[in-house]
Structures are given as C-alpha cells and as structure tokens.
Design a protein around this ligand. Structure first.
Ligand code: NAP
Length: 278
C-alpha cells in the first residue's frame, strides 16, 4: 500500500522511507550506498532515517554527501544518544548532527532510547531546538507503553511526533498494547528492521504469497508492515537493486487470504511482551 502519513504537528511524510544503519562505514560500499539512497529518493522514499550513533557520526557524514542537492526533497530524521539528551546536551548533539549532515535543520529528532536523563529535560531541549528552527518536530524510539504513558504525564510530552520501534512479522509484540496506544493518540509507529535485518526467511509463506502477486518475498513483508494507515516503515538497502525492490512494495495490496496465511505463520501476540530492541 502506498501513501503518506500525517505526523502530529501536521507534516506529511511518506509511509515508506529509508534506513541507513551501517551505511557510510565501508569505503568499498560507498558508491553503491550513495546510488541506493539517491535512487530511493528518486523513487519517492523521501524519509531518511539516521542517528549520531551510526558509525559514531560516519553515517550522518555520508548522508551529508549522498544527499547533495536532494536535501529539500527529503524528510530527514536523526536521533540523539540518551547520554547526550540533557537540556543543553541535546542542543549541542543536534548542532553536531546538522554540521555532519550539511543542513540547517532536521525534520524530526528522536531520543534513541531511554536513558537516565529525566524526560522533562530532554523535552525542554527539544522544544528549544524547535524554537530555534533547528528541528521541525521531535519524537522517541524504543519506548514501550509504560514509557509512552510516562512521557505523556511529563509537561510537553504530548508533543511527541512518533515512536520508532522494532516491528516486523517476527516481532509483533507491539500489537498487544503499544500499537493501539499509539493509534489512540494518533502517533505514527515507525517500524525499524522491517525485514529483521535481512534475516526473515524468504522461503515458505512469504515465497508463496510473493509468487501469487508476482512479487519478491521481502516485498510481501514490507507490504504487510505498511498495511495499517499511520505506520511508517524504514527498510535499509545498501544495494540499489534492493532499494528498487523495496520501493515496489508500495504497489502490493495483500488480501484477506494473505493476511490469514501470514497470521498462521507469524502469529500475533497472545499476551504482553516487553518491547524488544536491536
Ligand atoms: P532491515 O531494514 O530490516 O534490513 C536490512 C538488511 O536487509 C540489509 O542487510 C539489506 O541488504 C537487506 N535487504 C534490504 N532490502 C532487501 C531486499 N529487497 N532483498 C534482500 N535483502 C534486502 O534492518 P535495519 O537496517 O536494522 O533497519 C532499518 C533501519 O531502521 C536502520 O537502517 C535504521 O535506520 C533503523 N533502526 C533503528 C533502530 C533504533 O533503535 N531506533 C534500530 C535498528 C534500526 P543491503 O544493505 O545489502 O541492501
């Protein structure tokens, strides 16, 4: 399913974006990675996710070059380390990210996971960055339902624009209570590692459904993750052929039989499971 997602704050973003973890770290892969990211943007995957953690800045530096001339077409997301997420720390970390990314603002800035800095402090830092025009919106990552509740109890916490979490066919835990919580509060779930870092089994049910749709198995996994309006999905593909294939997932419409077969092979949760992280 193709489409756009409106994040709280009103910005419209593509439902299918680009992950970049591990990009920009291997000189021999750089050309293919550059081609892949630029192809993805050309094909309409105009949300690019990165983090200061990725290669300790190497990924952001890579994107600063790879996105040359394309910055204005892209909704750029980066993340701050929890240990940098104090009121002042978040501002300095963002400024470093902006320099590496060769841009003057981020479209979305996320707290990468919860650390020891009180949420109230991080929110003040984020809001300060917003006022300065250095970020358009802020959000969180790897927050389970109790973390979201705590965030919402914190002054300004309801300004959160997304929660980026591990979600794919083999990691359906969020469907128990986190996804309903996010839907109720109209906050998009941004699904990371949507093909389980390339470890999803591409034989069996995924291959069968792919054959029926004249598609590829991972396209089926992505079409499944994109099935709910409001979800954002960010597969990473260093290779242009993977990027092109992933972009094609937007055109696949799964039917009730497909969903039933996927539920049988990858059952939804029957109880609460703590949110997993990669
Ligand atoms: P992923 O997107 O599930 O999988 C990436 C792997 O799958 C790569 O090895 C890639 O190969 C391969 N691949 C991609 N498309 C393919 C295709 N069509 N056919 C076959 N193989 C394919 O895993 P991920 O990188 O962990 O997650 C995606 C993004 O989410 C990350 O890059 C990052 O931006 C974000 N993330 C965030 C967190 C967090 O804590 N917030 C954690 C993990 C990830 P090639 O690269 O060789 O093409």
């Amino acid at each position: 399913m193709s489409g756009k997602v409106v994040i709280p704050g009103g910005h419209k973003v593509p439902a299918l974006g680009i992950g970049t973890w591990m990009m920009g770290e291997r000189p021999e892969a750089r050309q293919a990675e550059t081609e892949s990211v630029r192809l993805g943007v050309e094909l309409g995957l105009r949300l690019v996710d990165t983090a200061e953690m990725y290669g300790e800045g190497a990924c952001e530096r890579f994107l600063g070059e790879a996105l040359a001339g394309l910055r204005d077409k892209v909704f750029l997301v980066s993340k701050v380390y929890p240990h940098n997420a104090s009121r002042a720390g978040v501002v300095s970390a963002c400024e470093r990210s902006l320099r590496r990314l060769k841009t003057d603002h981020l479209d979305l800035y996320l707290l990468h996971w919860r650390g020891s800095v009180p949420l109230a402090e991080t929110i003040i830092g984020f809001e300060h960055l917003k006022t300065q025009g250095k970020i358009r919106d802020w959000g969180v990552s790897n927050f389970d339902t109790d973390d979201m509740n705590e965030l919402y109890e914190t002054p300004g916490g309801d300004g959160c624009a997304t929660n980026q979490v591990l979600y794919n066919l083999t990691r359906r835990g969020p469907e128990w209570d986190l996804l309903p919580w996010l839907q109720e509060h109209e906050i998009p779930l941004m699904a990371y590692s949507p093909i389980e870092r390339g470890r999803l089994k591409s034989t069996g049910v995924l291959a069968d459904i792919a054959a029926k749709h004249a598609a590829r198995p991972y396209q089926i996994a992505l079409a499944w993750a994109l099935r709910m309006p409001g979800n954002i999905v960010i597969p990473k593909a260093s290779r242009p052929e993977h990027m092109r294939e992933n972009a094609g997932a937007r055109d696949i419409v799964l039917d009730a039989d497909d969903f039933a077969a996927l539920d049988a092979a990858f059952p939804p949760p029957a109880r609460k499971r703590a949110l997993e992280m990669l």
